[in-house]
Design a protein around this ligand. Structure first.
Ligand SMILES: Cc1ncc(COP(=O)(O)O)c(C=O)c1O
Length: 389
């Protein structure tokens, strides 16, 4: 059986996605297709490296040495055409932890911070929990494809925001930003002196034919105004190992950032995260390319099935991430009814679109990073429920 077809039982593994079903959906028979991790095993080389490290039996304090750093640098150069320097790197347990820290380090209470909505839910709390204000520049949707409203984007920057949290590729709308779009966002941020906090955690998860461009790679000027957040966690399904990194080309910005990291006690990674990150970037490339083909097939399958078998659900055109943004507006339900319908009637556990902003009220986010059998079960449950409503 193909590696990505194998169904693994994740129950009782302390899996957020599977073991928190009751807490999340008030039911144990919902098929969980929500939180962004995958029901696939990580590359075998990663598991082998972890097993070997575990066998050693001593898990003391761990350094991040060149054996970890060089594979990261090589990966970013090869996969994203961006040559970074070793000293630009800092490490943290996760992108959200890093964003919290960056907001505290580079903005002041009361400052305005821009996001492009609908967007990954924790961006709101990253801003608001530190007494900063969310400023929204909603994305424009046309023919089930999202684009930036640059007039609005500029207007908001002009009003004096201090930072912009970019989601690139964008969760949940699935956009992989094109060079012209990145250049225009960067040009405006430089013009209005706005720091770019670029969350690029989904950088590797783009559909074949798409290209992810790190915004900081556009020019030295943009790099100087950007902090980039990356991680192998989405790419290789390592989220539970808590290892991520931050790329800050500008020296002064980096010194401030590192001081904040240090003041919060972040000066190393956990031993297993370190080990997995090295193995993933050294040996995971073939696995990733196979995964991307699987995800593309899954995306096409869901899109075709929902459009052929229902006349009410439409999948937003997606260029990256394994999360599909499904337009349910023709079901004619409010967001509460929609959530209830998905959980109780269809028995599929999606993320409610409204959690990403008011713009997402009529949407559901579906995670398609699961074996084909699971995916088909989810799609059939959804289609049956919609057609029998
Ligand atoms: C855009 C985005 N940023 C950050 C995260 C979470 O990152 P971490 O687990 O490293 O905090 C996710 C997870 O879904 C995400 O989609």
């Amino acid at each position: 059986m193909d590696f990505f077809d194998k169904v693994h039982n994740r129950n009782n593994t302390r899996s957020v996605k599977w073991d928190m079903r009751r807490a999340m959906f008030q039911s144990d028979d919902v098929l969980p297709m929500w939180v962004a991790d995958m029901d696939f095993q990580a590359p075998e080389a990663v598991s082998n490296a972890l097993i070997e490290r575990a066998r050693h039996g001593i898990y003391g304090y761990t350094i991040i040495d060149d054996d970890v750093i060089n594979p990261i640098i090589n990966w970013i150069s090869k996969r994203h055409n961006w040559d970074i320097q070793k000293e630009w790197l800092s490490f943290s347990p996760g992108v959200i932890a890093s964003l919290h820290m960056a907001v505290q380090a580079f903005t002041e209470p009361g400052d305005d911070i821009l996001i492009q909505t609908p967007v990954y839910t924790p961006f709101y709390s990253v801003i608001e929990s530190h007494g900063r204000n969310v400023v929204k520049s909603p994305l424009l949707q046309q023919d089930h494809y999202y684009q930036i409203d640059f007039a609005d984007f500029e207007e908001k920057l002009k009003q004096g925001v201090s930072a912009f949290i970019l989601c690139s590729p964008h969760n949940p709308v699935g956009r992989v930003w094109k060079q012209e779009e990145l250049e225009e966002m960067a040009r405006l941020c430089l013009k209005y002196d706005v720091l770019i906090l670029s969350d690029e955690i989904h950088a590797d998860l783009i559909y074949p034919g798409e290209m992810h461009i790190p915004i900081a790679s556009l020019s030295d000027d943009v790099a100087a105004k950007t902090i980039t957040f990356m991680s192998p966690s989405k790419t290789f399904n390592l989220a539970g190992l808590q290892a991520s990194y931050i790329i800050t080309p500008d020296k002064e910005t980096r010194e401030t950032l590192n001081k904040h990291l240090s003041n919060q006690g972040h000066h190393m990674l956990n031993t297993m995260g370190n080990t997995a990150m090295e193995a993933a970037y050294r040996y995971g490339e073939e696995w990733l390319d196979e995964l991307r083909n699987v995800l593309e097939n899954h995306k096409n399958y869901v899109t075709d099935m929902l459009e052929e078998k229902t006349d009410v659900l439409t999948v937003t055109r997606s260029e990256g991430t394994y999360l599909l943004w499904i337009d349910c507006s023709k079901l004619d339900m409010n967001s509460k009814e929609l959530k209830k319908f998905m959980n109780e009637t269809a028995k599929v556990g999606f993320n409610a679109g409204v959690d990403y902003g008011d713009e997402g009220e009529m949407f559901m986010r579906m995670n398609i990073a699961c074996p084909r059998e699971t995916l088909e079960e989810g799609v059939n449950r959804l289609i049956d429920a919609v057609n029998n409503r």
